[in-house]
Write a protein of this length. Sequence first.
Length: 163
Amino acid sequence: MGSKRLDWIDIAKGIAIILVIVGHTVPNPSPLRHAIFSFHMPVFFILAGYTFRPKPWRELLSGSVSRLLVPYVVLALAWQVSTFLMSGAPLTSGTLVAGLNTLVFASGVDVPGLGVTAVGMAWFLAALFMSRLLFNALTRLFDRRGIGVVWQGLSVPRLPFAV
């Protein structure tokens, strides 16, 4: 028996997708763009978290790799390769290392201090992939220890790796 979809989640995701498109097409700077950018990606992560259910690691990885990591790598490589080819720069080992660093770091913006250039529009796929792994680990840990959702919310910000 398959999982039952929640219509309101699908509608909210559709609205968020429209807002992403609008946010990326209005001029920058713009009050509308700033307003949309203040919440549109967190909405996707909240909706993804709302529908998330802990899974065995093999099942989680097989689904997440095929639905998130593979599209991320394909889109990021297409973005980086085309950007590199248009730049006319020579292909060196430094260029390859910088490209790999960009793919691994998966930033939506340039981070000059770390030598990372933006990976383009696919950054959120890598972020969602890592979030799913972390959330699965925490959820399974909390469930094993019988820690309720309220205590989970209070304890996560206190973990040493939490930001």
